[in-house]
Every structure is written in structure tokens, then in C-alpha cells.
Design a protein around this ligand. Structure first.
Ligand code: FUC
Length: 816
């Protein structure tokens, strides 16, 4: 009945016939979208704007001092309890919406609604080509916002759009929700006897945000609309039915937002930067945002002023009805989202229907809520679709959503785990297009990265004099190819894995052809940069100083001519040293994949052969004295809760160590993982997804599930965004990648269904996951055993399939 009413109300809005709507509804469930995901709350969002005109991050340091950087170099922020409660901050209260390029955190509040706006290119700073010192460090103003064009800068908030109702909302009957299936936020609240419903979404096809409001009684919608700027000098003006926000950052970047209020009945007046609606029935607000950024080094990253473009987008959107805009948005979004459905079971926790914050609290006491875990899987996919679309910049540390002028770690691109993790779910959960912005940024920033690499080599290794080919980058980087904190020498090798994996999953040869030169150039960097050790490790250096190798028996078997990455780091753990496991594994993976790419494309045969010879001389993984996988060439035994598991890269996302090919190394790696534990520094947004995937690769489903659960118990906010702390979306983005590894693995030349079954997910089903080779996989399992499966692929080429411990040759159905 409820469903029918729902359909009827949709009908009214969309103008569809009942039969057509019915067939749409059933085709949705036939395509598998039977599960609905709603993150919701029955209390108005707490947001501090307008209380004192001093917004979070606007005039003060971190979050008004609640979160403070622990050190000037971008260390882990700590919570200053004396200054406030982080649970009340925007990061835990808002609901994110976005179309890849622009978005908002939506706060349906008591007296007003606040949309904290973002456009993914609004960045202060620039190429940061300033000094590189002896340690290879560059200027980094991670916590120090709005620099001019010669600094590193920060991702900037665009400003806020405010809808002010001038009266508090009644708690009773209040509801606000984010629907992951529809990619929209809805709310309902009563003020002075009038109930107003709202919906908000960001359309990719129409490139506008749509906020609509409707009163339950004719002529009773009263509200004021305006923008509030965050940076100094931002101008807000209103005339006719339009409010405009205009600003220029210190680096010269221009940005502009326009909002048009289209009211149904009532009067609309413009005054002093504010539009006021009196006596309306309903209204639709269309918002367009733009900057003059272009992802083009040769144009100095600058294009046309945004005014004209956004005015055009608004003019086109104005011609459409709300129903048309909504339908186009849903169609576009569901094209991505509906590709994968997952059902991990339903328990009483789901049936109870608690608001999300309470449900999360309940989960902390009793973890029997697989549907909440499933929601995390789909939320990660939702967030990626909403913050990373072809044609714009990749998702950053906070995805697309940032309300602060000085966000933590500049809300930048971080290369020692975070950016990579943001994309772990992209291929296996069938969102390959969303992976492309990451590669586009790397293509666009090659030249400044080459320059920064030469500078680094010159400053730190005078003998080289900058004569290395190729490039790498720093731990922090920005949209201008600007590098910041700490050189991260193997970063480009890790990024190259993403290029290869995109090909591996999609089999798109044209794409591989495009990125192959970049993979090759990154190999060339290592060909010039690798260092030869003498017999017994002679020449081995720690912290830049040669050590007496006779003191380290673990170096005794090193052969003369062994190749090591010099002066590496096991991020962010241990000394700067030669041959750290992380670097060695990454270079091995890079060389192996580039050799395979050359073969696939039928190019560079001779070069690839000599590269293979170099790969075979790389110092390889070793088991230490206590059965651990050694993190360094020196067998130090770290029993710390350190968050990074960099030496386990070879297990996941790499592919050098696995239980079948290298069982002893795999055993040692799992011991090392066990040692890291699950407390203290091991509790971070991103630690859990990595460890989920690692345990899954060790075929330990229960441990993997414990990691999924750990994320929810320790690093998830009431709106289900993950927290480092503070909020950092790598945890959200990474968890679909981790869960995928529990359900399906395809990294070792075969497709394995349910390789890591967890008792907590005894029975379930999944549709639409992707395996390497462009194979789409659906299957159902019961009591930990696969009961039914279907494979499809465009070629119908035979694959090796492992199912319930049996290996067989299977011919996938040919996709139509
Ligand atoms: C890396 C991590 C931190 C944090 C930061 C943004 O440096 O070590 O934990 O995620 O990136």
C-alpha cells in the first residue's frame, strides 16, 4: 500500500502513466535494486552558521580549536575536549550530495537549512616550485590556508547557501534523510503549524544543484535565501530572482556561484544580498557553481571566468520542470549505482528502523546488523560516484566536501595510502569511469612532477645532479601539480598500478596505450634511481650513513649487484633507509606490470627484457627471525600499533605474495599484520579497509569481517562518514574495495568466488561485481557455500573459476 502510494505520488510529479511507473518499479527490482539505503535522523542538523557569523574554520584555526594539529607538519589532529564536542560538527551532522564536480553537505536544521557548498577545483596555492631542502621537503601549509600562487595551498570551501525560515522546527515529526539509491536528501519539518518538505540533489546531466521546498498549505511557504562567503573579500548580491556569490582567492582563482529561486505563487523580493519569499506554495532553487580552473599545465591552470558558463547552465536548467530534472538525475546516477547489488541478510536491527545515529550506537553494543555493513559498502560507492566523475578532478581526502578554509592536511591528494584507497572500490564494484579522474590528474601534472623530482634529486643527491629520467611525487599534492609535505619516492609506482588495474579490469587497450608511456617513464625513473649493493649488503645506508654491515647477519646473503631503492621510508614508520620492503615491493609490481603492458601492446620487447633482468635483481621479501615479514632489510621487530601496513603492500593491493604462490611469505605477512593489532593508532578511517582486504587475501573471512566491523565501531560518525579523526573519506571509499576482496578475487589468473567467507555473513547474494578480464559476476551463497552463480563477459572467453574449493574452466555468457 505504502509502495503504491509512493508510486502514485511519483506519478503525479513525473507525469508517467501508472503502468509505465509500475514497469519502471519492477524493472528496478529485476535489475536488482531491491535494497533501499537510507541514512537518516529524526533531529535537526546542528550547524553553527549565523549563531555568531563566525563559521567553523572561517575565522579560527581547526574547527574552532576543537581539532588541533598535533604538529606543524600535518601530524594527526587531536581532539581538544575542553573546546567542544566534535559530534556536533558539520562532519558528523551533514549529508553529502554531489555530481563529481560540485556538491554540498546538506544540513536540514532547525531554523534554517544550510548547504555547505563545494566545487572540486577551488584551491588556494599553486605549483609550489619553491625550495626543496636537503631532506627533500617542500613548503607545506597544510593548516595554513589561503596562500598565494606560490604556496601549496588548501582545498577551499565555496561558501554556504542558506534557507532561513525564521522560526525553529518542531521536533515531533521531523525527519531528514539521505537516500543512497536516489542520491538525494529529503527533509520534513513543521514550523508555526506549516509543514515544509524539501529535497536536494546535484545533477550531473544538468550541472546544477536542485533544492526544492513545498509547504503543506497553499501560500504558507516563507523563507529567505542567500549565500554566505567564507574567504575575505567574497561579495554576495541579489537582484530579481537571483543571488550571486563572487570571489577571488589570493592565487588569482576566480569563483562564482549563482542561485535562482523559482517560486510557485507568493512574492519574491531582493534586498541586500538576500531573496525573500512570502506566501509561496512551493519553490525550486537552482544553484550553479564554477571556478576558472582548467586541468591544463600549458594554460597555467587558468581558463575563462566562470560567470558565463554558470549562467548558461542555469538558463538551460530553468527550462526544465522539477520532475524532468529529477528524472534525468536519477537515471544518470542509477546507471552507476544500480550496477552492483549486495544482500548480506536482514536482522532485527534493520527491522527496528532506528534513526542512523541510534542504529550505529546499537551496533557498537551488538554487531548483528549485516545490513548496516552492507550500507557502508553502498555508501562508499555512492560517495565515489558523487565525488569522482570523468572530466573533473579526483576525490580528495574529504572526497568533495569541505567546510573549512584550513582543512586537515589541506584536504589534499595524499599518495601514501589515501588517494589510492579512494579508488580501491572503483574497478571491482563496477565504477571504472569514476577511476578516470585520478589518472587524468596524473597525466595533467606530469611536467610539474618532473620538475619537482629533478629538484629533489639535485638537493638530496648531488652526484646525480638531477640527471634522472621520469618522475615521482610527494606525499601531499594538489591540482596544480604542486607538491608539499615529504617526498614519497615510490608514489608514482603505486599510482601506475592503478593504470594497469584499470586496463586489467576493463581490457580497454586504447586506454592502456594512452597510459603506457607514463608507466614506462616511471620505470625509467627507477632504472636511473636504483642503487646496487655489494656482497653482504656493502654500501647499505640508514639515514644517509653507511652502516657496518658485518653487524647484521640478515644482510649476509645479499649478492653483489642486488638492486635497492635508496633512502626509502616505510610510510610513516622507521628510518629513511635503503631497500625498505614497501619500496622494493612497489618497484617489483611496477616492473612486472609494465612488462606485461608492453607485451599486451606488442611494443618495446628488448627494453622489457632488460627490465625483467633488473626486476630479478631487486632485493626481495624475507622472513625475519620471529617469523615476521621483514619491513626493512634490517630485521627490526616493531610491536607497535602503527597505522600503516606498508610492508604488506605485496599482499594487497599488490600481488607478489599470496597463500598459493608463496605460502611461507604469506604466513609471515599475516603474522606481521596480527602484530599491528586493532587498537591505538591502528584505529583510523583507512586502516580498517586495508586490513579487511589483507585478511581477505589471506582467506580469513572472519578476521576480514572483524575489520569491517571495527570501522563501524571505532571510526564511523553518526552520518556514517568515516573519521581518522577528523572526518576523512578514505575509510568510506576503501570499504567497498575491502568487502569486494571477501566476495571475489581475481588477482592470480583465476576468479575465486567467496574466497573469504565470514560467519557473520553466512548467506547472501551479490550481483554485478567485476573480475579482472572484464567479467561480471553474480552469485548467491548459503551457509558459507556458493549455491548459484553467473558469469558474463563481452568476449565469452573461458576463465578459470574457483568455487567451493574446486577449480574448473568456465565459459562466461556472452554479454549482449
Ligand atoms: C597519511 C596518514 C595519516 C593521514 C594523512 C592524511 O599521512 O599517515 O594517517 O591519513 O595521510
Amino acid at each position: 500500500m505504502k509502495r503504491t502510494l509512493f508510486i502514485l505520488s511519483l506519478l503525479a510529479a513525473s507525469g508517467l502513466s501508472y503502468a509505465a511507473a509500475q514497469s519502471q518499479a519492477s524493472s528496478r527490482s529485476a535489475s536488482g535494486t531491491s535494497r533501499e539505503y537510507r541514512i537518516w535522523s529524526d533531529t535537526p542538523a546542528v550547524t553553527r552558521l549565523f549563531d555568531n557569523q563566525k563559521e567553523e574554520g572561517r575565522t579560527s584555526n581547526q574547527y574552532d580549536g576543537i581539532w588541533e594539529p598535533s604538529s606543524a607538519d600535518g601530524g594527526t589532529p587531536t581532539w581538544n575536549a575542553a573546546k567542544g564536542n566534535p559530534a556536533q560538527l558539520w562532519e558528523s551532522e551533514g549529508y553529502p550530495i554531489g555530481n563529481g564536480r560540485m556538491g554540498a553537505m546538506v544540513f536540514n536544521g532547525s531554523g534554517r537549512d544550510r548547504y555547505a557548498l563545494n566545487e572540486i577545483s577551488l584551491w588556494s596555492g599553486g605549483e609550489n616550485l619553491g625550495t626543496t631542502n636537503r631532506n627533500g621537503d617542500k613548503k607545506y601549509n597544510g593548516y595554513n590556508a589561503n596562500t598565494g600562487g606560490d604556496g601549496f595551498g588548501c582545498y577551499q570551501p565555496f561558501g554556504d547557501f542558506i534557507v532561513d525560515f525564521g522560526a525553529p522546527v518542531k521536533q515531533e515529526g521531523f525527519d531528514r534523510a539521505l537516500s543512497l539509491n536516489e542520491a538525494e536528501v529529503t527533509s520534513k519539518g513543521t514550523r508555526k503549524g506549516v509543514t515544509v518538505s524539501s529535497e536536494s540533489f546535484v545533477s550531473a546531466p544538468d550541472q546544477v544543484m536542485v533544492f526544492s521546498y513545498k509547504a503543506d498549505q497553499p501560500g504558507k511557504l516563507d523563507a529567505k535565501f542567500t549565500f554566505v562567503g567564507q574567504q575575505d573579500g567574497v561579495q554576495v548580491s541579489a537582484s530579481g530572482n537571483t543571488v550571486t556569490l563572487k570571489g577571488t582567492l589570493k592565487n588569482g582563482m576566480q569563483f562564482e556561484g549563482q542561485a535562482v529561486v523559482l517560486n510557485n505563487k507568493g512574492t519574491l523580493t531582493a534586498n541586500n544580498g538576500v531573496l525573500e519569499l512570502k506566501g509561496g506554495d512551493s519553490c525550486v532553487v537552482l544553484v550553479a557553481l564554477g571556478t576558472d580552473y582548467v586541468m591544463d599545465y600549458s594554460k597555467h591552470w587558468k581558463g575563462a571566468a566562470p560567470s558565463g558558463k554558470i549562467a548558461k547552465q542555469l538558463a538551460a536548467a530553468k527550462k526544465k520542470s522539477l520532475a524532468e530534472l529529477r528524472a534525468a538525475h536519477r537515471k544518470d546516477f542509477s546507471k552507476y549505482f544500480d550496477r552492483v547489488t549486495l544482500n548480506l541478510g536482514t536482522t532485527d536491527a534493520a527491522v527496528a528502523g532506528l534513526p542512523t545515529p541510534k542504529r550505529l550506537d546499537a551496533y557498537k553494543k551488538n554487531q548483528n546488523d549485516p545490513q548496516l555493513e552492507e550500507t557502508m559498502f553502498q555508501l562508499g560507492r555512492y560517495l565515489l560516484i558523487s565525488s569522482s566523475r570523468p572530466g573533473s578532478l579526483p576525490a580528495n581526502l574529504q572526497g568533495l566536501w569541505n567546510g573549512m578554509v584550513s582543512p586537515p592536511w589541506a584536504s589534499d591528494y595524499h599518495s601514501n595510502i589515501n588517494m589510492q584507497m579512494a579508488y580501491w572500490g572503483a574497478e571491482p564494484t563496477n565504477l571504472p569511469e569514476c577511476h578516470l579522474p585520478m589518472m587524468d590528474l596524473l597525466v595533467a601534472t606530469e611536467e610539474p612532477n618532473r620538475i619537482a623530482t629533478q629538484e629533489y634529486v639535485k638537493a638530496t643527491q648531488p652526484d646525480h645532479q638531477g640527471k634522472v629520467r621520469g618522475w615521482t611525487l610527494y606525499t601531499s599534492h594538489n591540482p596544480f601539480g604542486g607538491n608539499g609535505w615529504q617526498v614519497n619516492i615510490p608514489a608514482s609506482a603505486w599510482y601506475a598500478l592503478h593504470m594497469w588495474e584499470h586496463y586489467n579490469f576493463t581490457q580497454d587497450k586504447a586506454y592502456l596505450k594512452k597510459v603506457y608511456p607514463m608507466m614506462k617513464e616511471i620505470c625509467e625513473f627507477w632504472e636511473d634511481h636504483l642503487k646496487e649493493l655489494g656482497a653482504g649488503g656493502k654500501g647499505f645506508k640508514t639515514d644517509g650513513k653507511e652502516v657496518d654491515v658485518t653487524k647484521f647477519p640478515e644482510l649476509a646473503d645479499i649478492k653483489a649487484g642486488t638492486l635497492v631503492a635508496p633512502h626509502g621510508w616505510s610510510p610513516e614508520h622507521g628510518p629513511r633507509e635503503d631497500g625498505v620492503a614497501h619500496d622494493q615491493q612497489l618497484i617489483w609490481e611496477l616492473f612486472t606490470n609494465t612488462i606485461a603492458a608492453a607485451k599486451t601492446l606488442g611494443v618495446d620487447d628488448a627494453w622489457a627484457k632488460q627490465l625483467a633482468a633488473k626486476r630479478d635483481r631487486l632485493a626481495g621479501p624475507k622472513i625475519g627471525k620471529e617469523g615476521n615479514l621483514m619491513e626493512w632489510m634490517i630485521d627490526r621487530i616493531p610491536r607497535t600499533q602503527h597505522r600503516h601496513t606498508s610492508h604488506l603492500f605485496a599482499v594487497y593491493p599488490g600481488n607478489m605474495i599470496n597463500p598459493v604462490k608463496t605460502p611461507e611469505l604469506s604466513e609471515a605477512a599475516s603474522k606481521s599484520l596480527e602484530w599491528r593489532g586493532t587498537t591505538g593508532d591502528s584505529r583510523r578511517s583507512w586502516t580498517w579497509p586495508w586490513r579487511t582486504a589483507l585478511w581477505a587475501r589471506f582467506h580469513n573471512g572472519d578476521k576480514a569481517h572483524e575489520m569491517v566491523s571495527g570501522l563501524l565501531q571505532h571510526n564511523t560518525l553518526p552520518n556514517l562518514l568515516t573519521t581518522h579523526a577528523p572526518m576523512q573519506l578514505d575509510g568510506n571509499f576503501g570499504i567497498p574495495g575491502g568487502i569486494s576482496e571477501m566476495l571475489l578475487q581475481s588477482h592470480s589468473g583465476q576468479i575465486e568466488l567467496l574466497p573469504a567467507p565470514a560467519k557473520a555473513w553466512a548467506s547472501g547474494s551479490v550481483k554485478g561485481l567485476k573480475a579482472r578480464g572484464n567479467v561480471t559476476v553474480d552469485f548467491t551463497w548459503k551457509d558459507g557455500k556458493v549455491t548459484d552463480y553467473k558469469l558474463t563477459s563481452p568476449t565469452g572467453k573461458k576463465v578459470k573459476l574457483v568455487v567451493n574449493g574446486q577449480t574448473k574452466d568456465v565459459t562466461p555468457q556472452k554479454q549482449k
